[in-house]
Design a protein around this ligand. Structure first.
Ligand code: PBG
Length: 330
């Protein structure tokens, strides 16, 4: 036998030497939920280990993340009032705006990314404002939503965000954001675009966490059909054209084929969003003793990087950082 692949698997250091994939703390982005209830630290029941953070309690989390070496954050907000157009998303004293100011001051070394979407802020829970279509049913009004998203993004950048991450899936929103950001002088702030975001059932726990489930209907008229891989590439390349700096594919594990294909088609950095349902499934199975949580979580993170993503948006970021320190994940 000329070929014996087992030769390079003989001992741990040799396996580490030839490993093709390395997961670094620098590639981790931690999503967090900030609530208008200032003193809250309330566990999210569908996402064990994740909390609604009031801005007064936030330093405790930020200091812990900094000590662990998790230095990129993605912010979501739970406002205290909602309306038809999501106007609380551009309230300069909204929970995320306050959290950004707090984080910017306390940990200037961190990269702060603000999710830009209206679904947490609208009374109907859709990602934009509504209009009646020619059949008389309600739908999200694409072009009327664009200036609202831009307004929310500017407010978040003004509060200190380094990047805006539009997750609404309206057509043309990257161009709309880039234009307004340039006009207002945010020339140096990035757009992390949820370029290929699928209408996924894996978002279930998040919608409970963010109170953002649509009151009627679903998101299938704006988020992508899970059956479409080629269309995902088209969406991503459109966003690149419109000025996106980073392309996000979402969800994570179930959509790594899209990451791998996109890696071949763009030179932009790619992030994979390992979403709430994927996180909670691991937590639930581990709680029952069915899987080894640490081993499965590390394997999943490794698979995302192996597929071609340079960044992982994950609720497990603090745990992964700890496992990197312990040498379990390398
Ligand atoms: C907002 C948004 C969602 C998620 C991130 N941004 C929910 C949705 O589109 O319904 C999901 C994140 C997760 O499940 O972890 N549009």
């Amino acid at each position: 036998m000329n070929n014996r692949p087992r030769r390079l698997r003989r001992m741990a250091q040799l396996r580490n030497l030839v490993a093709e994939t390395r997961v670094s703390k620098d590639s981790l982005i931690y999503p967090l939920f900030v609530t208008a209830k200032r003193d809250a630290k309330d566990e999210i029941s569908a996402m064990p280990g994740q909390y609604h953070w009031g801005v007064d309690r936030l330093p405790e989390l930020l200091d812990r993340l900094a000590a662990l070496g998790v230095k990129s954050l993605l912010f979501f907000g739970l406002p205290d009032h909602k309306d038809e157009i999501g106007s609380s998303s551009w309230d300069e004293n909204g929970p995320v705006q306050q959290a950004l100011r707090c984080a910017r001051f306390r940990h200037p070394e961190m990269t702060l990314i603000a999710d830009v979407c209206l679904c947490e802020y609208t009374s109907h829970g859709h990602c934009g404002c509504l209009k009646q279509d020619d059949r008389g049913s309600w739908t999200v009004d694409n072009d009327a939503t664009l200036p609202l998203l831009a307004r929310a993004a500017l407010s978040l950048l003004d509060a200190g965000a380094d990047a805006a991450a539009p997750s609404d899936m309206m057509d043309g929103r990257v161009a709309a954001l880039r234009q307004e950001m340039d006009r207002q002088g945010f020339l140096d702030r990035a757009i992390f675009s949820y370029a290929a975001k699928f209408a996924s059932s894996f978002y279930g726990p998040f919608r409970q966490a963010a109170g953002s489930a649509p009151a009627v209907g679903d998101r299938k008229s704006y988020q992508m059909d899970p059956r479409n891989g080629r269309e995902a590439i088209k969406e991503a390349l459109l966003d690149e054209d419109e000025g996106a700096d980073v392309l996000i594919v979402k969800p994570g594990l179930a959509y790594l084929d899209v990451v791998a294909r996109l890696r071949e088609r763009t030179d932009l950095p790619i992030a994979s969003y390992w979403v709430s349902g994927e996180y909670s499934m691991i937590k639930a199975a581990a709680a029952r003793g069915w899987i080894d949580e640490r081993a499965v979580t590390c394997e999943a993170a490794t698979s995302i990087i192996r597929a071609g993503a340079g960044m992982i948006i994950t609720y497990s970021a603090p745990e992964l950082a700890g496992w990197i320190d312990e040498g379990f994940l390398r």
